[in-house]
Ligand binder design. Structure first.
Ligand code: FBP
Length: 273
């Protein structure tokens, strides 16, 4: 059987991001998810951060449509775009923060020349049903155009006491795989051994670590990255640990040394300025 045009396009796009087998993806949707207070005062303009990130070299940037539009001259033709199609603000009442809203369309991703789309599911949320409906609408359209789908598989809800617990995180990763994710972004579970269980539960769908809040020392984040790679994880989707770092380019260089060149965190940290 010959492959379909769609499956060929999907493979080409997927390989633009994951062609090395591992990837460093820069997450930059925080202006909506957390608000501008997440950004250092001299980095409020997204162009400042993205210029440094793209010059340092990442496999993709994950942006919401509006920021993708404002910065297309920076990332276009230089790195892959993953267009995130769901989001929410923290200005909402607490009980409605367990759902993300539609924030754009797969057609926007095609128009912007994105190589993939992304959406969050809070597994365990009382709004799981609504988020799954959004997810499967995205999947259907993405399949039509041959676009890979990254799922931010974040367990969160009233029954979940510890969202970083390995049993909970691997449940979310498995649910992401079973809902058709092509790439899974999820929480670090605290050790190589526990993250290996998350990778195993995903059954071959690449799992990437979500960066999380900036660690007090860079070496602590780099150790997490090392553990994720040693556990069979396929890279990182990182935001704050890069854009809140004193020197963005050298932080990315350190992550590259681990993800691409298999160096130790102790070696990698030496390049940080
Ligand atoms: P970080 O590396 O900064 O944690 O970014 C990952 C991410 O998923 C972002 O894409 C998103 O804005 C943020 O974390 C959401 O964080 P939370 O929902 O935990 O507040």
């Amino acid at each position: 059987m010959f492959p379909t045009y769609r499956s060929i396009g999907k493979r080409i796009r997927f390989n633009r991001i994951m062609g090395r087998g591992r990837a460093i993806i820069f997450a930059f949707d925080h202006g909506v998810e957390h608000g501008p207070s997440d950004f250092p005062e001299d980095r409020i303009d997204p162009r400042i951060v993205l210029t440094e990130v793209v010059e340092a070299g990442v496999d993709a940037v994950m942006l919401l449509p509006g920021v993708a539009r404002l910065t297309s001259d920076i990332w276009g033709g230089r790195t892959s775009l993953i267009l995130k199609l769901t989001s929410k603000t923290n200005l909402r009442p607490e009980e409605y923060r367990l759902i993300q809203s539609i924030f754009g369309f797969v057609e926007d991703a095609i128009a912007l020349d994105a190589d993939a789309v992304a959406a969050t599911i809070y597994w365990g949320s009382p709004f799981e049903d609504e988020m799954l409906e959004i997810w499967f609408n995205i999947r259907e359209a993405a399949d039509h155009y041959g676009l890979p789908c990254l799922q931010l598989a974040y367990p969160r809800g009233p029954t979940i006491k510890d969202r970083f617990d390995v049993e909970i995180v691997r449940y979310g990763a498995r649910a992401a795989a079973e809902s058709g994710a092509d790439l899974i972004k999820t929480y670090y579970t605290g050790s190589r051994e526990s993250f290996a269980k998350v990778v195993e539960a995903a059954s071959g769908v690449p799992v990437l670590m979500s960066g999380g809040p900036k660690t007090p020392k860079a070496i602590d984040f780099l150790k997490q990255v090392r553990n994720v790679i040693d556990a069979g994880g396929k890279g990182v989707v990182v935001g704050r640990n890069v854009f809140q770092a004193p020197n963005i380019k050298s932080m990315i260089k350190a992550i590259q040394l681990i993800v691409y060149e298999d160096r130790s965190p102790e070696e990698a940290v030496k390049v940080i300025k």
